[in-house]
Every structure is written in structure tokens, then in C-alpha cells.
Ligand binder design. Structure first.
Ligand code: AMP
Length: 115
């Protein structure tokens, strides 16, 4: 497993990003290439490359990612209108950065199915 990633560098503030929330477990920051009016990424501070690499020991951490997304959605005012949480896994899932992250997307009506 890789021990370092672009997103780990963002969490350690070695690479600049618009961080909106951080604690000892998770970091949230604006996506550099937003595909919705609100597009925020929520990551574990520790490196988990893909959803495939998460284990039972990460159950609380995975919940923390989702609940952090929920809290940010409320803070930025998209909770009532609605939003989408996305985790892409590996090439067929559209993953490009191999550090597990939840996309928080909102501020416009989403379509289904995704491309
Ligand atoms: P995924 O394709 O699910 O792996 O998503 C990776 C996301 O990371 C994409 O939406 C990118 O726009 C975003 N991204 C890549 N580099 C950065 C960066 N330096 N700061 C913020 N977001 C980034």
C-alpha cells in the first residue's frame, strides 16, 4: 500500500487546497475541478488507496467520512435541496486519485444514471 499521496500531502498542508474542515481523522477540501456548484472532497487523513482496501477496522472511519459530508452539506446550505455522495473505485469506477475520498456534490439537480 502506498504510504503517501497527493491527498495526504493536502491533509498535511504540504500542498495547497481550500480546506473547509479538518480534524485528527478526516480532511475536507474543495475539488480543484468542480463539476457542481458545491464539490467538496472528504478524505481520511491516513492513506486508504481505494474502497477495496478498507477493512472492518475502518468501519468507524468510513462512517466518519459520511457524517462529515452530511455536516458540511448542512453548513453550506445544500442539505434541504439535496446532494449526492460518490465514492469512485478503480478505473471502471472513474477513480483518478488513489486515496479514498467521498465526493460531496450539490447545488444543482443531479441526473441518473451517472455516466
Ligand atoms: P476521483 O476521480 O474520484 O479519483 O476524484 C479525484 C478528484 O480529485 C477529481 O474530482 C479531481 O478534480 C480532484 N483533484 C485532483 N487534484 C486535486 C487537488 N490538488 N486539489 C483538489 N482536488 C483535486
Amino acid at each position: 500500500m502506498p504510504t503517501d499521496t497527493l491527498f495526504a500531502k493536502i491533509a498535511r498542508r504540504e500542498v495547497p487546497a481550500q480546506i473547509v474542515y479538518q480534524d485528527e481523522v478526516v480532511t475536507a477540501f474543495h475539488d480543484i475541478n468542480p463539476v457542481a456548484p458545491t464539490h467538496i472532497l472528504i478524505i481520511p487523513n491516513k492513506v486508504i488507496p481505494t474502497m477495496n482496501d478498507a477493512t472492518d477496522d475502518d468501519a468507524a472511519l468510513l462512517g466518519r467520512l459520511m457524517l462529515t459530508a452530511q455536516k458540511i452539506a448542512k453548513q453550506v446550505g445544500i442539505a434541504e435541496g439535496g446532494y449526492r455522495l460518490v465514492v469512485n473505485c478503480n478505473p471502471d469506477g472513474g477513480q483518478s486519485v488513489y486515496h479514498l475520498h467521498v465526493h460531496l456534490l450539490g447545488g444543482r439537480k443531479m441526473t441518473w444514471p451517472p455516466g
